[in-house]
Design a protein around this ligand. Structure first.
Ligand code: ASP
Length: 600
């Protein structure tokens, strides 16, 4: 039977006791992590949020406490009153902060008994993640998860402090709302009062935060939950959290300065000082040099264009490919990385042909590699290549002696991406990544639209409220595909952390963008009429950004799964295994909503 707290009051967390506390009578409470009965003396490791402390129950100190300790099992919740004492030299545990002391139990109360947990409450687990998620409350008790959640709390508090200092208001926006286009599918909530009508859960508070600027709030933020009904990839959650920010009269620089300051403060939480300003890289350059719009700058291995050299090298196949529109790009695998011939073959065959360019058209003739040695160049010349061109190419890509140049020839769009993947794979494989580095950058000037090759229609790369670059506005009529936007991303170590833009604040320009996006006037009115109307009542120029919170905390915590930094995450199939949602509901509930369910 469990006992009550009665008049007991906790004086200390288990994890905080130190030698300075010796001699004090303390009351600690927590879970019995382990219990060892050494015949006469019983040792219990008591665990709470702050850590473990050792409790010792000796009959000569208290018969009752010793008797209580005898019936303690794993994960029982105890209150222990006792004196803090120095541990004997042979029982000191230097591995834990409380390891020099122990609590000599005068009283032990069992506040709650516990069933045997389905997995041990410790950091190193072999248990499947499904079981962990089903018993999330036990999983969260593990020290590592406790640390992650504590870090998340510190991050959100720091964000709030920082933005408050900068003059921002924290304002909530509705969950039950109208669809905001962020390029994903909406979660819909049927209305009971208006049959046939639906609320959409916000994919982001985008329209509301812009309307708050029209409403004179000037600087807004929200630790905002966003909902996107996407097919989930490993690193996505159907509901996730953003630090949503919007400010009036902001130019890009204004946003950059604010956000860099925020990341700097957050990085200090883990003792890392980041340099400012963050480097800035226009999108086109990011693609050219790194084959990615979220380049990992923890290593070099930049991509070079060697189309000219490959078309004049004098080997058969390449000029043909290049004449047909292909480009040639290269990366340099440093000799220091020690790439063997076998390894290169493996890259060529598996990586390139299989994973990077799964298209059958890509074949070995699209690949070429050259070792930067006289011998290799000589051998190439024997096959008919021009030696001077080969040397010029080695020069252009900056190959040092014994480095290997890897060249790929393909249609330009696909080639850029493929080399980006190859660069990353090789950087990792060759151990070139500085694992301790935190390399932030801004990627700017994204294209405003992308064109669907099937339908020929334009879609927003970011969202339709993003402003074009001033100098590209004339292109909107002539060549929308060439228009660059005032959109920017924060990238950290190859991960996109934040995305934002300067917005359109002119209703006529906004209407024009919707038109380019092939929305009819009626569709525009129906979906965004209220917003365009709002813009007509005096709109300050404004801009903002939305740094993702989950991913940042994940990186700061050194975790590789978002689920390890979210208290109650969903699985890859968007299920909550603990509560068992989503789940069927009663027929009368469905009837109230005026909808019909088609059961599969
Ligand atoms: N609403 C955008 C997003 O969720 C961020 C922004 O533009 O502020 O990605």
């Amino acid at each position: 039977m469990a006992e009550t707290l009665g008049d007991l009051k906790r004086t200390h967390y288990c994890g905080v006791l130190r030698e300075g506390d010796v001699g004090r009578t303390v009351t600690v409470m927590g879970w019995a992590a382990t219990r060892r009965d050494l015949g006469g003396v019983i040792f219990i490791d008591l665990r709470d949020r702050e850590g473990l402390c050792q409790v010792v129950a000796r009959p000569e100190v208290s018969k009752a406490a010793h008797a209580a300790a005898e019936r303690v099992r794993g994960e029982y919740v105890l209150a222990v009153v006792g004196e803090v004492a120095v541990r004997s030299a042979d029982t000191v545990n230097p591995k834990i902060p409380t390891g020099a002391v122990e609590v000599l139990a005068r009283e032990i109360r069992v506040l709650s008994e516990a069933r045997t947990p389905p997995f041990p409450i410790e950091d190193e687990l072999t248990t499947s993640e499904d079981i962990r998620l089903k018993y999330r409350y036990l999983d969260l008790r593990r020290p590592r998860m406790q640390r992650n959640i504590a870090l998340r709390h510190r991050v959100t508090m720091e964000v709030r402090r920082y933005l408050d200092e900068q003059g921002f208001y924290e304002i909530e926006t509705p969950f039950l709302t109208k669809s905001t286009p962020e390029g994903a599918r909406d979660y819909l909530v049927p209305s009971r009062i208006h049959h046939g009508s639906f609320y959409a859960l916000p994919q982001s508070p985008q329209i509301f935060k812009q309307i708050l600027m029209v409403a004179g709030m000037d600087k807004y933020f929200q630790i905002a939950r966003c909902f996107r009904d996407e097919d989930l990839r490993a690193d996505r959650q159907p509901e996730f959290t953003q630090v949503d920010i919007e400010m009036s009269y902001a130019r890009q620089d204004t946003v950059f300065e604010l956000v860099e300051g925020m990341y700097q403060r957050l990085m200090r939480l883990i003792g890392v000082e980041v340099a400012r300003p963050f480097p800035r890289l226009p999108y086109v350059e990011a693609i050219e040099r790194y084959g990615s719009d979220k380049p990992d700058l923890r290593f070099g291995m930049e991509i070079s264009d060697v189309t000219e050299e490959m078309s004049t090298l004098g080997l058969d196949t390449f000029p043909g490919l290049i004449a047909a529109g292909a480009r040639a790009r290269a990366i340099v695998l440093p000799a220091a990385g020690g790439v063997s011939g076998t390894r290169l073959r493996k890259i060529n065959e598996e990586l390139w042909l299989g994973r990077i360019v799964p298209d059958a058209r890509a074949s070995k003739r699209n690949l070429f590699n050259l070792k930067s040695t006289d011998e290799a160049v000589g051998n190439l010349a024997k096959k008919g290549a021009r030696e001077s061109v080969a040397r010029r190419m080695l020069d252009r890509v900056g190959a040092q002696r014994d480095d290997t140049v890897l060249v790929a020839i393909d249609e330009p769009g696909r080639l850029a991406m493929a080399l980006g993947i190859l660069r990353l794979e090789m950087g990792r494989a060759l151990g070139l990544l500085d694992e301790k580095a935190w390399r932030f950058l801004w990627v700017t000037d994204f294209p405003l639209f992308e064109r669907d090759p099937a339908t020929g229609r334009y879609a927003s790369v970011n969202h339709p409220f993003t402003a074009p670059l001033d100098e590209d506005i004339p292109l909107l009529d002539r060549d929308p595909g060439a228009v660059r936007s005032q959109a920017y991303d924060v990238v950290l170590n190859g991960t996109e952390l934040a995305s934002g833009s300067i917005r359109i604040h002119d209703s006529a320009l906004q209407a024009k963008i919707f038109k380019i996006l092939s929305l009819t006037e009626e569709e525009t009115r129906e979906r965004f009429g209220f917003f365009i109307e709002a813009l007509q009542y005096g709109t300050p120029p404004h801009g903002g950004i939305a740094p993702g919170l989950d991913r940042l905390v994940m990186l700061l915590a050194g975790e590789s799964s978002l689920r390890d930094v979210i208290a109650f995450p969903k699985t890859a199939s968007a299920a909550d295994l603990m509560s068992g949602s989503p789940s069927p509901v009663r027929d009368d509930q469905i009837k109230d909503l005026g909808i019909i369910v088609i059961r599969k």
